[in-house]
Write a protein that binds this ligand. Structure first.
Ligand code: T4K
Length: 414
């Protein structure tokens, strides 16, 4: 049991010196499927002596992912960042591409790595996703595409983005790193735009240790990406395209297949925790959890709260510091926004003026632990810490001021 004995609702480590949890509770602790199945796949792989390069486990993983999403092609890669890079190059994006700044920095890096300028559009604060209304005014003659991100697995307004893309002759693709297993208007995410990219990183809903995939219904694009992920080899000694090494090894596909088999169990666990958090934080002024549409399929992988500094008695950073002291390693994704990270910060020093909603959101969001390692009892303790901290806001603030000299970011910045 991870809980420290004698944890009472009013005990928060910042005031008592006694953390609620002995071991750190991480956001993004991997979920692990059936070990027996995984190990037997690995044993078969070793017997076959086929370890990488489009092996049978990779092919099986691709077929299963494509089947779940309902698309013609799934091209798996070593991670989603490389998958984004390959998809961007295969789509022949260049010049400028529109995307949100409120995303993991890999989305922007995948463009900049190819000397394409990421142009950050503001987000809709209700969905945390790129605001179609903000896209159109940023389009210039150099714009070639829109790269939407389904943040937390909640879909972008794909219909509006599609209309804009068509009107301006732009390519449309999505970073669906968070959205495997989620649907939008009854259709699985993965089937929107020309292509979409999933992440199967260890911290994701379905994981293959490291991994990613591009899914598409475009036959020519899929063939091109298969060449690109394998140095451009179209057979022994014949290179027909500029390529890289984006291959997924067989052991990763073994984990991915095992993880796919555990999907329903993990959804059930995440859903149970989601309900427990809603119950635990109900009625708390200034702290709200994001809603997921019950009519759609959800993976419930991210447990996302917003702290309204006008209503809550502590701000987000103060609350994160409280939670860290209790060994709850809540995260401030995606603070401070890509536009405030290098190299974008130097390239576009005034970007924040165009991104007021992104700035506001990045200062409010806190992501809480969920997944197999988190029980409803753990959730109740986390919620009790949050309630207690807000009830004792003045004492918390004094304790934080004693711990951190003015202006220091401390634990909350990590
Ligand atoms: N697009 C979007 C929108 C994304 O969110 C991401 C990745 C990408 C693209 C790129 O996908 P990949 O190229 O990674 O496939 C984590 C993940 O590393 C990253 O994949 C993810 N998004 C992002 C949202 O979160 P970090 O740097 O914040 O955390 P990390 O990986 O150190 O893990 C978080 C915590 O989980 C750790 O503090 C400890 C725990 N952990 C982690 C691992 C890997 C474990 O307990 N065991 C583990 O094996 O980025």
């Amino acid at each position: 049991m991870n809980l420290n004995a004698g944890t009472a609702a009013l005990n928060i480590a910042l005031l008592s010196g006694q953390p609620a949890f002995r071991e750190p509770l991480h956001v993004g602790r991997p979920n692990v499927g059936d070990r027996g199945q995984f190990l037997s796949r690995v044993a078969d792989m070793l017997d076959r002596r086929w370890l990488t390069n489009d092996g049978p486990l990779v092919k099986e993983f691709e077929a299963k992912v494509a089947g779940i999403v309902g698309v013609a092609h799934c091209v798996v890669m070593c991670n989603a960042t490389v998958a984004l890079e390959i998809a961007i190059r295969a789509l022949e994006l260049k010049g400028e591409v529109l995307l949100p700044s409120y995303t993991f920095v890999a989305t922007a890096h995948a463009l900049q790595w190819q000397e394409i300028t990421p142009v950050f559009a503001d987000v809709d604060p209700r969905t945390h996703n790129i605001d179609p209304g903000a896209i159109e005014r940023l389009i210039t003659p150099r714009t070639t595409g829109i790269l939407g991100v389904h943040v937390w697995g909640r879909p972008c307004d794909t219909a509006a983005i599609h209309r804009i893309a068509e009107r301006h002759g732009l390519k449309e693709m999505y970073d669906a790193a968070h959205a495997f297993g989620c649907s939008h208007s009854g259709r699985m995410i993965g089937s929107f735009g020309t292509c979409e990219v999933f992440s199967f990183h260890a911290t994701k809903f379905v994981n293959s240790f490291e991994g990613g995939a591009v899914v598409t219904n475009d036959d020519a694009l899929a063939s091109k990406m298969r060449l690109m992920r394998n140095f451009g080899f179209a057979g022994y000694d014949r290179v027909t395209y500029l390529g890289t090494n984006g291959k997924m090894p067989e052991i990763c596909a073994a984990m991915g297949l095992t993880s796919l088999e555990a999907m329903e169990d993990i959804v059930a666990i995440n859903r149970r925790n989601y309900d427990a958090y809603f119950q635990g934080l109900r009625g708390l002024p200034g702290v709200s959890l994001i809603n997921l549409d019950p009519a759609e399929r959800q993976n419930f992988q991210y447990m996302v709260a917003e702290v309204d500094p006008g209503l809550a008695r502590l701000n987000r950073d103060e609350l994160v510091a409280v939670l860290h002291a209790d060994n709850v390693l809540a995260r401030k994704y995606f603070w401070p926004g890509c536009h405030r990270m290098e190299p974008y910060r130097s390239f576009q020093p005034n970007a924040s003026l165009l991104l007021p909603e992104t700035e506001r959101l990045a200062a409010r969001v806190v992501v809480l632990p969920t997944g197999q390692d988190v029980t409803p009892e753990t959730v109740r303790t986390i919620c009790a810490i949050i309630r207690s901290a807000l009830e004792h806001a003045e004492e918390v603030r004094s304790a934080l001021a004693r711990e951190r000299p003015l202006g220091a970011e401390g634990a909350a910045a990590s």
